[in-house]
Design a protein around this ligand. Structure first.
Ligand code: HEC
Ligand code: HEC
Length: 283
């Protein structure tokens, strides 16, 4: 048996198949990881390349100008705000969450699949970022934020001495103070008393969570008092919530106490009904 294996090994043709397969898998894997990491690096950056800005200007004139004005001055169509001072963060947030472009100015800007591909979004971001220089008006708005990484020593005192990173506990505190009153403690969304829907944060990626407090998609306010590190901590915490374990048992979609109460009543009701039937049958 072993001899035969050795003989087969010596006969190299046997190995060609597995080798080719392994080689192909390796190439596919490296192409995937490489393109993914460059895509991430690009996402966090606003291009200042004149070609991107020019391509963005063309897209802008086709898809945005009719509402937001010739060069982002706004006011063409009722309710379409100026973009000249909104910065790349606003452009990127509204485009990657598919809120823009609107079909009609009175449509609601809600989350959709993105209308543009990532390269086009990058070009539009570059153009809107360059608007203050192009027009000579408007201060520059916030740029697309890069999110600081999580500290390696989560939950220990050592994390406090690490620099350039954030902790989940810090993120949790800041989230409960600033965001939970609307988005709920687990980020599952809510409905405001005037009927405004507050979206769940489960669909937002880390860049979008970091952008939202800088952009303030109405009726959400802009959080000028939060530092870059604090916003990073919140963003990391929200992404952690996407996969957080459920130590209390069923999460019921983490939709909060009302739903939990409802499930308890429904469950309890069924149990009582079952008990009543059992007693009834015996009687
Ligand atoms: C049919 C009209 C219309 C078109 C087309 C349109 N928008 Fe808008 N846009 C609006 C309106 C109205 C609002 C305000 C919506 C709101 O705040 O809920 C808005 C808001 C925005 C905002 C948020 C600005 C702020 O104050 O924070 C950005 C950024 C934006 N649009 C970018 C774009 C881009 C980029 C395009 C083209 C790809 C585009 N829009 C196309 C009507 C339009
Ligand atoms: C006053 C209530 C309120 C507070 C406080 C608030 N938000 Fe929001 N948030 C909203 C509403 C309403 C929207 C939807 C806006 C829209 O679609 O135009 C929203 C949208 C978002 C989105 C986009 C979600 C998506 O799927 O597109 C993110 C991300 C977000 N908020 C993060 C935060 C973070 C982080 C904080 C705390 C720093 C926060 N919000 C605080 C009301 C609030």
């Amino acid at each position: 048996m072993i001899m035969r294996l050795l003989k087969n090994l010596r006969n190299r043709r046997v190995l060609i198949g597995p080798f080719i397969l392994f080689g192909l898998a390796l190439v596919a894997f490296s192409v995937l990881t490489l393109t993914q990491s460059t895509a991430k690096a690009q996402e966090a950056l606003v291009s200042t390349n004149p070609n991107d800005i020019a391509a963005g200007a063309v897209l802008y004139s086709e898809h945005c100008q009719s509402c937001h004005g010739y060069q982002g001055e706004g006011g063409v169509v009722g309710g379409a705000p100026a973009l000249v001072d909104k910065g790349a963060a606003a452009a990127n947030f509204y485009l990657t969450t598919g809120r823009m472009p609107l079909n009609a100015a009175n449509n609601e800007a809600i989350r959709h699949h993105a209308f543009f591909n990532p390269a086009q979004i990058r070009e539009l971001d570059a153009y809107i970022n360059a608007l203050p220089q192009i027009t000579g008006i408007g201060g520059s708005g916030p740029t697309i934020p890069s999110v600081e990484p999580l500290c390696a020593n989560q939950g220990t005192l050592a994390a406090q001495s690490e620099k350039g990173c954030v902790t989940l506990s810090e993120g949790q505190q800041l989230f409960s103070i600033n965001c939970a009153q609307c988005h709920q403690a687990a980020g599952s969304g809510n409905i405001l008393s005037n009927g405004n829907v507050i979206p769940s944060l489960n669909n937002a990626n880390i860049t979008q969570v970091a952008e939202a407090p800088l952009v303030g998609p109405k009726p959400m306010p802009i959080f000028t008092e939060l530092s870059h590190a604090q916003i990073s901590a919140i963003a990391q915490y929200v992404i952690y919530l996407h996969h957080a374990p459920n130590p209390g048992g069923f999460a019921i979609g983490r939709i909060g106490p009302v739903a939990e109460g409802f499930v308890a009543i429904l469950g309890g009701f069924c149990l009582l009904w079952f008990a009543a039937r059992m007693i009834g049958n015996r009687g």
